[in-house]
Structures are given as C-alpha cells and as structure tokens.
Write a protein that binds this ligand. Sequence first.
Ligand SMILES: *[C@@H]1O[C@H](CO)[C@@H](O)[C@H](O)[C@H]1NC(C)=O
Ligand SMILES: *[C@@H]1O[C@H](CO)[C@@H](O)[C@H](O)[C@H]1NC(C)=O
Ligand SMILES: *[C@@H]1O[C@H](CO)[C@@H](O)[C@H](O)[C@H]1NC(C)=O
Ligand SMILES: *[C@@H]1O[C@H](CO)[C@@H](O)[C@H](O)[C@H]1NC(C)=O
Ligand SMILES: *[C@@H]1O[C@H](CO)[C@@H](O)[C@H](O)[C@H]1NC(C)=O
Ligand SMILES: *[C@@H]1O[C@H](CO)[C@@H](O)[C@H](O)[C@H]1NC(C)=O
Ligand SMILES: *[C@@H]1O[C@H](CO)[C@@H](O)[C@H](O)[C@H]1NC(C)=O
Ligand SMILES: *[C@@H]1O[C@H](CO)[C@@H](O)[C@H](O)[C@H]1NC(C)=O
Ligand SMILES: *[C@@H]1O[C@H](CO)[C@@H](O)[C@H](O)[C@H]1NC(C)=O
Ligand SMILES: *[C@@H]1O[C@H](CO)[C@@H](O)[C@H](O)[C@H]1NC(C)=O
Ligand SMILES: *[C@@H]1O[C@H](CO)[C@@H](O)[C@H](O)[C@H]1NC(C)=O
Length: 688
Amino acid sequence: MAKLGEASFCVLVLFLSLVSADTDNRQDNQVYVVYMGSLPSQPDYKPTSDHINILQEVTGESSIEGRLVRSYKRSFNGFAARLTESERQRVAEMEGVVSVFPSMNYKLHTTASWDFMGMKEGTNTKRNLAVESDTIVGVLDTGISPESESFSGKGFGPPPKKWKGVCSGGKNFTCNNKLIGARDYTNEGTRDTEGHGTHTASTAAGNAVENASFYGIGNGTARGGVPASRIAAYKVCSGSGCSTESILSAFDDAIADGVDVISASLGGVTTYMYEKDPIAIGAFHAMAKGILTVQSAGNSGPNPTVSVAPWILTVAASTTNRGVFTKVVLGNGKTLVGKSVNAFDLKGKQYPLVYEQSVEKCNNESQAKGKIVRTLALSFLTLTPQSKEQVISMFHTLTMSPKAAVLKSEAIFNQAAPKVAGFSSRGPNTIAVDILKPDITAPGVEILAAYSPLVSPSATTLDNRRVNYTITSGTSMACPHVSGVAAYLKTFHPEWSPSMIQSAIMTTAWPMNASGTGAVSTEFAYGAGHVDPIAALNPGLVYELGKSDHIAFLCGMNYNATTLKLIAGEAVTCTDKTLPRNLNYPSMSAKLSKSNSSFTVTFNRTVTNIGTSNSTYKSKVAINNGSKLNVKVSPSVLSMKSVNEKQSFTVTVSGSDLNPKLPSSANLIWSDGTHNVRSPIVVYTDGY
Ligand SMILES: *[C@@H]1O[C@H](CO)[C@@H](O)[C@H](O)[C@H]1NC(C)=O
Ligand SMILES: *[C@@H]1O[C@H](CO)[C@@H](O)[C@H](O)[C@H]1NC(C)=O
Ligand SMILES: *[C@@H]1O[C@H](CO)[C@@H](O)[C@H](O)[C@H]1NC(C)=O
Ligand SMILES: *[C@@H]1O[C@H](CO)[C@@H](O)[C@H](O)[C@H]1NC(C)=O
Ligand SMILES: *[C@@H]1O[C@H](CO)[C@@H](O)[C@H](O)[C@H]1NC(C)=O
Ligand SMILES: *[C@@H]1O[C@H](CO)[C@@H](O)[C@H](O)[C@H]1NC(C)=O
Ligand SMILES: *[C@@H]1O[C@H](CO)[C@@H](O)[C@H](O)[C@H]1NC(C)=O
Ligand SMILES: *[C@@H]1O[C@H](CO)[C@@H](O)[C@H](O)[C@H]1NC(C)=O
Ligand SMILES: *[C@@H]1O[C@H](CO)[C@@H](O)[C@H](O)[C@H]1NC(C)=O
Ligand SMILES: *[C@@H]1O[C@H](CO)[C@@H](O)[C@H](O)[C@H]1NC(C)=O
Ligand SMILES: *[C@@H]1O[C@H](CO)[C@@H](O)[C@H](O)[C@H]1NC(C)=O
C-alpha cells in the first residue's frame, strides 16, 4: 500500500466560499498573517526571534510592542502582526516570506458542540447522575471501537438492572461497564471498520475525554450529551451498506434489551413508504414500547429527507460557532480560504495544482502523486454556483503550470451560526405531505468525536494515518446530538413518553431565520429550529401522541389492513381516521392544492400541562416575514388548573395568492409568562 506523505498525497480542497487576499478595503494596522512556509531545519533556528527581527526591520521600530499578535512555529513558520499598508508591502518583499494575507479577525475558539447548545462543561449544567448512569443509548450503526477512551468503563458500576442485552461483538471484542452491549448483524463482528459508528456513539453518550483533537485541530474535551450513560452498539451497517433485515433485527433486539433511546444515523437512498422502510417499522415498535427513535434527515440536500414518519424525531444538520477553515496559497501569491479539514503539514511546499471533476482520480495513486488535486464533484459538500465559477475562472487565469500550497486547517470562531448545512436533506415530506420534516436541527458540521483506528480519517486507501478522534460532517453527526439530548431529558423525566420528549425538544427550539430562496433555509431545512437541551427540560405544555393516534393517522392516510399490519406488526382495524394535519404533532403543516385561490385550513391540537397547576397560557401568533397569512387560535387562552390536564384548541389559517416557490409560515406561541411553547405553522402549495 502506498504511503501518504510528502512525495505522494492527495488533498481535496473544497471551496464553499472564497475570500481573496488582496482586499480593497484595507485599514491601517490591520492584522496580517505573514506566512513563511516550512520551518527551517537548522537546529539553532529560533522562529520567534526571527519574526521579531523581521517586524523590527519592516516597521523601523525597535519596540514592536502590540504589533506581534502570534508566532507560528510548531507546524509551519510565520507570524501574525499589526501592519500598515506600506509595511505590508515591505514585508511581502522580504526573503523567506511566502505570502501575506489579512487575518480573518476571528479568534481561535475551542467551544465544542455541547457548549454551543448551552450544556456547558462543569457545574453549570445540571445533571442527574444516578439516573443518567441507569440510562442506555442504543446506537444502530457501523459498530464501535471498544478500546476508545470515549467508551472506557473506568469509574462505572455494573450495568443497570433493566439491561437484558448481551455482548456478542465477535472475536476479540470486549464490552465493559460503559459499553455494556454489542450485537453484530453483518457477520463481520461489532468492531467498527468504518469509523462512523464510533463517531456517532461518542457524540451521543461518550465519556468526557480531555485534550482530544484531530492533529491539534479543534482541541478540547470530546464528550457526549450524557457521559455517565451506558452504550449498546448494534452493528447494522458494513462498508457495503445496511440491510433491511439487519436494521429490523437490531430494533427488535434493542427494544428487548432495554435501551432508552435509539439513535439511527442512517436511512434509505430514496424515500420509502412506511411499510417498506425498516427504520419506520422498527421505530413504530420502539414507540409502542416507550422508546424514542432519533434519525438523521439525510445528506442529499436540497433533495427531500428520507425520514418521514411522525413517530421518529428527524434531525437536520447545522453549523456551530466553531468552523474549520483551510487556507491555500496559490503560486501567484493569492490566498484562498476554503472549507475542508486538512491535517497535513505540507511545510509550505508548493505542488502542481490539478483540476479534476472526479474523486476517484484522487484515490488513484499514479494520478494523485505529488499533486494537489482540486475536485469540484464531491457529493457531500456542494459548491455555490458563484464560488464554483470563481474557482474555475481563477484556475484558468493562473499560469500554465499552476502551483499551490495548502496550509493546515484552523478551527476558528464562526459568528454566523447556526446555519443549516447545504447537504442536509429538506422537506417537504414526500409521504405524509402535511407532516413537517425534518423536525429539528442540531450540530452536524465539523464535529470532533471518537474514531476507529482501523480506518484512515479520509477513508481513502492512500491514507495510512490512524487517529482516535476526527472531525467530520453530516446529518449523521447531528442525529446523535439529539439522541444525547433525548437521553438527557429522560434522566430528569424517566416517565416521559417518546412524543413528550419529541414535543419538548421541538417546542423549546431556538428560532431559526429563513434565508435564501427555495428550500435553502426555511422550516423545510430546520423544522422547529435548533435544539436547546436546557430549555427542553421544562417545556410547560406538550403535544402527546400514542400508538393509537399514529394508527388513526395511518388510517387517515388510507392505509389498508395489509399495509397497516406491516407497520403495526399486528392486525388493526381502522375505527378512527385522523386527517394527517390533525395529528397532535408539535408542528403544523398543510399542503394546499391551488396556489392562487384563497384557502382556509384548520389544525386541531391538544396540549397537556406538565408545568405548574393554575397556569394560564395565552396564545400569540407571529407571521413570518414575507408570508401573507391570517391565523386565528380558538380558544386563545388556556387555563390549566392542574398538572396533566389536557385542553384542545383549533388553529385556523387563511390567505390567498400564496408564494408558490416558498413555504408561507408563522409561529404559534403559548406563553404563561415562564414557558414559551412554540410551534411552527407552515402552508405550501402544489407548485413548491
Ligand atoms: C488511541 O487510543 C488507544 C486506546 O485507548 C491508545 O492506546 C492510543 O495511545 C491512542 N493513540 C493516541 C495517538 O492517542
Ligand atoms: C485483539 O485486540 C487487541 C486490541 O485491539 C489487539 O492488540 C490484538 O492483537 C487482537 N487479537 C487478535 C487475536 O485479533
Ligand atoms: C494534549 O495533546 C497534545 C498532542 O496530542 C500533547 O502534545 C499534549 O501534551 C497534551 N496535553 C495534555 C495536557 O495532555
Ligand atoms: C489546545 O492547544 C493549544 C495549543 O497547544 C493550547 O494552548 C490550548 O490550551 C489547548 N486547548 C485545550 C482546551 O486543550
Ligand atoms: C489510474 O490512472 C492511470 C493513469 O491515468 C490509469 O492508467 C489507471 O487505470 C488508473 N487506475 C484506476 C484504478 O483507475
Ligand atoms: C434571527 O434574526 C434575529 C433578528 O435579526 C436575530 O436577533 C437572531 O439572532 C437571528 N437568529 C438566528 C438563529 O440567526
Ligand atoms: C393495500 O395497499 C397496498 C399499497 O397501497 C396495495 O399494494 C395492496 O394491494 C392493498 N391491499 C388491499 C387488500 O387492498
Ligand atoms: C389562477 O387560477 C385560475 C383558475 O384555477 C387559473 O386559470 C389561473 O391560470 C391561475 N393563475 C396563476 C397565476 O396560477
Ligand atoms: C376540530 O376541532 C373543532 C373545534 O373543537 C371541532 O368542531 C372539529 O370537529 C374538530 N375536527 C376534527 C377533525 O377533530
Ligand atoms: C389552584 O387554584 C385552586 C382554586 O383557586 C386552589 O384551590 C388551589 O389551591 C390552587 N393550587 C395551587 C397549587 O396553587
Ligand atoms: C423581509 O423580506 C423582505 C423581502 O424578502 C426583505 O427585503 C427584508 O429584508 C426582510 N426583512 C427582515 C426583517 O428579515
């Protein structure tokens, strides 16, 4: 096997956004990065004193106090300094200086995703450790790496009494008091040879492991949402995919084993009817037994999500305030800032730049050797048309043999978070058109979590690096965040049903703002909004649903006895039929058949008071910008005398001339002054 090193490597540079180095609006004393390439090999070379000398020469001042911002001396040579425009020009001419570019003016930020969601490390976040230790998260995935520190059993007592599972991970696979269960449906053994399952399991419930990073990028404490909880790994996927029968068997076992939450970062290649989708079927059984299934929406945005059942909590992926950026210094001195995770320290050496449409070529050693292969065709990260054009035109205007140096990635503060990722699959729901999907968004971009040392972080065969932690993106990474939140809620409210957990998570979500056009970012991207674990502990009111409600919904979808039996697993007769939009779901959505005629649509809902007795909730409706809707709530005030009391209300939405290209939306908020119970209301038309 080829070695990945300086002589032979392949770097995928994916430009999502371009920032040109020679900006026109320069200010005096702006911070510039003076990049000097590789560190000289002389043993007596002292980078910092060299940086100070250069700075003194350039500024003509002996005191450079306040000028030197940072010295780079571990992976490459260079420094950041405050320079005037003329100083910038002078330093660029100096020997040893490869490139000078403005600092992005962000600070290094190590906040990880759980901090971003408000679950701070240490004492600020309340935990119920005794119950947390009795909570079990079942992960359906590619298996797990049992030796990872994230799953160490150190400090854990024996498995909870309710646990009925086994450890049958295959040869040489040992469980412990953290990783209490392992089952394999692939005949490969439960050991993770893909890395995916290790990553998702550690995000949901991994131990807190200090000083974790991907070659120093994003260093900090890696941890799951419920670090004191136990994990059971169900290996349903191998490198060749995940079979229907494996998935169904895993649900079957996990439910019986006694897990509290099921995390499934997987889905079909297209959207299947419920009776053909093993996750929908398995999750129905889990729901009937009081277990919530959390599923990723899919990575084919802007195409539709594959997770469409109302008894599943469907998760989209969004950014956090930690972004990973990579700078590329072109042969002509221009610096581009792109999105990719590059841990290679190429020592500032410039390599021939090759334009490729296909990823396969990057895996072909004879073609990739000694070149930077720029590919524009990766399916999991998409380019905006503008930046793609910019990249191509920039490529064409370069010299005959373009060269570039790729710098090691940096994790920096990303102010514009959260934003739903382009790859995150969207609504509308193609099966139940009146059920809004996805339900919620959660961190799924550039997530640092545990990895399997049996596979390279780039998952290419050329790459022989092995790591215990890596950074990766996908709705697969978002899903276990919400699974971890669901488990966290269970530790305070063990009696909550799956629909209560789902409702609590959805109605307390951070509001997201619509942006862009089409499905770029609307409720069809983020559902109810961004998960807020702390607020979800105390939702006030919940929208409850049980097995019989879901059956009445399927009857309302005109499922016949045969297909109903496939989903419910038992003979069911339809005594009640619920119109899908009247399912007691925490969001409200309706597809209308005509875009230009006037319409009136009603939603019936019932809320259960789980806050305090004698509370009065007043309704408030906020119409979203650009939507022309009238929304009436009747009754508009709900007086709840006791806890567990239920009250019903009707929401009537009317309007005309709906925008055929965008969903029209509003928010209904029930507020008692303490709790704000928010539900998105979305109407859209045929033409969408
Ligand atoms: C990776 O984890 C294994 C098992 O915990 C440990 O033995 C090894 O030292 C770790 N490697 C690194 C680079 O931390
Ligand atoms: C069992 O796993 C350990 C830890 O990964 C490894 O060192 C050992 O070689 C394995 N033994 C066999 C027989 O695979
Ligand atoms: C953190 O990890 C880095 C590299 O992985 C290592 O050099 C450093 O000593 C570690 N620090 C601590 C406090 O463990
Ligand atoms: C991350 O690494 C940097 C550089 O080694 C170090 O200064 C910082 O303390 C580390 N942060 C954490 C949270 O470990
Ligand atoms: C790799 O590239 C070489 C040269 O273009 C070609 O001959 C070979 O078939 C390629 N190999 C694969 C596996 O695509
Ligand atoms: C949405 O917009 C409001 C008003 O501009 C702003 O205060 C809020 O932070 C935005 N929220 C998000 C999630 O971007
Ligand atoms: C039930 O519905 C399925 C799917 O729509 C259909 O294939 C089947 O023929 C129906 N069975 C009966 C008895 O109507
Ligand atoms: C509006 O509806 C009428 C009647 O259904 C139809 O004739 C007309 O073309 C529609 N106009 C638009 C702009 O869709
Ligand atoms: C919805 O609620 C209204 C008012 O309570 C009631 O009249 C109507 O029958 C309900 N509709 C359905 C389909 O339950
Ligand atoms: C709620 O109100 C009723 C009637 O006013 C009163 O009897 C009861 O004590 C109140 N309960 C609480 C917990 O305040
Ligand atoms: C509302 O939408 C209009 C048109 O799409 C846009 O120009 C305006 O900036 C938006 N206002 C806010 C507050 O988002």
